[in-house]
Design a protein around this ligand. Structure first.
Ligand code: URA
Length: 204
């Protein structure tokens, strides 16, 4: 592995990785964002959860999944009996991408170049944590892990072999559940998401 663009050493551990990533300028997203939101969790975690990118609250807190999507995620982990503190939680893209609208910052989807630029850090997190399982929360996360785009429909809830030691499980992004306009659909999709988290617990 060669160092990340702008650096001259490959980090030896997550602390060093986080420190370098805090200064990453490999894509334009660093500039308007408050800070890099690096992954969080133990280096011996059996599972890495990968989201899309930090949201407004994560950008301010500097931690992944602490806002509304994080609440949906936490609820599903609780239902499945997974202890979040034992998991490593990160994002495919580590800066918040947004469009200013008045006082508000509206989430904007990261593009392929931004996902690719940030893939160096996601790959490093994978190499340092060496999890049994990677869970991609949504299509952007799956794209960050696989380096190619896949559909949720084709890949969801299946254990995909990544290499000898690591499997990939693709599921929906928690924000997808939040955005469903219909209460019955939200309940149904939360249950399906919790079932995927049950599969996670069986696999790790
Ligand atoms: N959505 C994500 O994909 N990641 C976060 O960290 C928060 C919201």
């Amino acid at each position: 592995k060669t160092p990340a663009p702008g650096f001259n050493k490959v980090p030896d551990d997550l602390a060093e990785a986080r420190d370098q990533a805090s200064r990453c300028q490999a894509c334009p997203l660093w500039e308007p964002a408050t800070q890099t939101v690096f992954g969080k969790g133990p280096s011996d975690a059996p599972v890495i959860f990968v989201g899309e990118q930090p949201g407004d609250q994560e950008d301010i807190a500097g931690e992944p999944f602490v806002g509304p999507a994080g609440q949906v995620f936490d609820k599903a982990l609780l239902a499945a009996g997974i202890d979040r503190s034992q998991a490593y939680v990160t994002n495919a893209v580590k800066h918040f991408k947004f469009t200013p609208r008045g006082k508000r910052r509206i989430h904007a989807k990261p593009n392929v170049g931004e996902i690719r630029a940030c893939r160096w850090w996601l790959d490093l997190e994978r190499e340092l944590v060496k999890p049994k399982l990677i869970v991609a929360l949504g299509a952007t996360a799956a794209q960050g892990v696989l380096g190619k785009s896949v559909t949720i429909r084709d890949t969801r809830s299946k254990l995909i072999d990544l290499d000898g030691a690591t499997k990939l499980l693709v599921t929906v992004h928690p924000s997808y559940i939040l955005r469903l306009p219909d209460e019955a659909a939200r309940v149904r999709e939360q249950a399906a998401f919790e079932a995927d988290m049950g599969l996670v617990l069986q696999t790790i």
